[in-house]
Design a protein around this ligand. Structure first.
Ligand SMILES: [Fe+2]
Ligand SMILES: [Fe+2]
Length: 248
């Protein structure tokens, strides 16, 4: 029995492909096929796979049907968290999605799931991504203050959702946590953030995140051991479509 994670599948069986990199970069060519084959090799029926957002380019549930069917047909138990492109998933209507797809898919929002004696907690997260102003050497010399203020509000809402997830698990007696985000835990200006602080406060052993795809963004945030926990980027293209083993 193992726990795996990956993010940013960006499926588009029924919808318009919006990212140019997905059209031209080799790593994205037939990525659905590569990923399915890797899952079939690595994952068995009693394993769990957490998909950390940006599942589909579809604008609504109808346009995501085949994408969600593809995920449903992967081996193992599947838990999904929200990404910024998941337009089919209104956070407030998560119960409805769970009713529709039970028992094949679990949509995690303002709740937690379990794996052995661990609670799997998480939320989409959010970080300030610019616009940044650069000098002629490509160094950051400033940023859009108004956009930064707006980002602060979204960060605080997501931190609230993350705390809910931790608190529900804690109230049920869980003391070991794996924390899942879609966005990286820090923006490119930060060394630590509300997310890293919360991971430390509750003692999460690992922080798993995605969203940074395309080689130039792979190292935008924390990799490896940092202040007592392990941080891992699991964007599909970074992992070359092999889900990362989180726990045995
Ligand atoms: Fe993405
Ligand atoms: Fe994303």
């Amino acid at each position: 029995m193992s726990l795996y994670a990956i993010g940013d599948l960006h499926l588009h069986f029924q919808s318009e492909l919006k990212a140019r990199s997905q059209l031209k970069d080799r790593v994205w060519r037939n990525h659905e096929e590569k990923f399915r084959k890797n899952c079939e090799k690595m994952i068995s029926g009693d394993d769990t796979l957490v998909l950390v957002g940006d599942h589909s380019w579809g604008k609504n549930l109808e346009q995501c049907e085949q994408d969600l069917e593809y995920i449903r047909d992967l081996p193992g138990r599947k838990i999904l968290t929200r990404g910024n492109h998941d337009m089919f998933w209104d956070a407030k209507k998560t119960n409805r999605l769970n009713e529709l797809f039970r028992p094949n898919l679990t949509f995690l929002q303002d709740s937690y799931e379990t794996y052995r004696d661990y609670a799997l907690v998480g939320t989409k997260g959010y970080i300030f991504e610019g616009p940044y102003y650069l000098n002629r050497y490509g160094q950051i010399i400033g940023w859009d203050e108004e956009a930064a203020e707006k980002a602060k509000k979204l960060v605080s809402r997501e931190l609230g959702r993350l705390r809910t997830s931790f608190e529900l698990a804690k109230a049920d007696g869980y003391r070991r946590f794996i924390m899942f985000l879609h966005y990286p835990p820090t923006n490119i200006l930060e060394e630590r953030s509300g997310y890293t602080d919360m991971a430390e406060e509750y003692g999460a052993e690992q922080v798993i995140y995605a969203h940074s795809h395309g080689e130039s963004r792979f190292y935008d945030s924390i990799h490896g051991e940092y202040r007592g926990r392990r941080y891992s980027l699991v964007s599909g293209d970074f992992l070359k479509w092999k889900p990362m083993k989180v726990l045995d």
